[in-house]
Design a protein around this ligand. Structure first.
Ligand SMILES: [Zn+2]
Ligand SMILES: [Zn+2]
Length: 221
């Protein structure tokens, strides 16, 4: 069997046999993470909107300056700003700062629409586009460009987390892995699955509860 790497440039995993059989280019942990990021966007948009007018420097505004003050934080306004119509790539490199959310998400939605006959999103807003992509992560994982999408969305999330100061953290779970019995389980805030760093298994909350009951029964016996 030929080993194929997960197509996300930042991921070092090798695709498992069932993933290859399913035509996946993106490994299951990457698909799970991608879904979690996209699903968190509506909630983070509320925080982004709230930090729109927040001052970063804390410096009092000087009266009588010649340059008019910006109506809000430039990085946030830039991120929330409308995407340049029709353009996805910044060929001339003249765009300053990070690309607006609509640019990043919209570019991938456009590509997905070009390559399939799926219905278009109802509205062209970051929330709608993120929801549209989140609902299609399984289909996305079977596209050769899914790795690039994964890393680009991750880059976008890091910018959002930097502004909202909401960075999901990985927390240890004090329960032995139901599969390999190692104390190596952890879960990232907001993600649906708990992963084992020893055997790479992923567990839902229900599977973990069953695992805990089984290990309790073993110790009691
Ligand atoms: Zn991966
Ligand atoms: Zn394990």
């Amino acid at each position: 069997m030929i080993a194929a790497a997960c197509s996300a440039p930042t991921c070092l995993r090798t695709l498992r046999e069932h993933e290859l059989d399913a035509g996946m280019y993106l490994c299951t942990p990457c698909v799970t993470r991608l879904h979690g990021w996209l699903a968190s966007i509506p909630r983070l948009m509320v925080l982004l909107e709230a930090s729109r007018g927040r001052e970063t420097t804390g410096q009092p505004s000087v009266t009588g300056t010649r340059t008019a003050p910006l109506p809000g934080r430039e990085d946030v306004l830039n991120l929330l700003g409308p995407a340049a119509p029709g353009s996805v790539l910044d060929v001339h490199g003249d765009q300053c700062g990070d690309p607006p959310l609509l640019d990043t998400l919209g570019g991938w939605v456009r590509l997905a629409l070009d390559e399939s006959d799926q219905p278009a999103p109802h509205a062209w807003t970051p929330q709608r586009l993120a929801h549209w992509l989140a609902a299609r992560t399984a289909w996305i994982s079977a596209q050769p460009w899914s790795g690039e999408l994964h890393d680009e969305v991750h880059g976008m999330m890091r910018v959002i987390w930097g502004i909202t100061a909401h960075q999901p953290r990985r927390r240890p779970i004090t329960q032995p892995c139901p599969r390999c019995d190692t104390l190596a389980l952890s879960r990232v805030d907001g993600e649906a699955y708990t992963s084992c760093s020893a055997c790479d298994a992923l567990f839902s909350a229900a599977e973990l509860a069953i695992g805990a009951a089984a290990s309790l029964a073993r110790t009691a016996a």
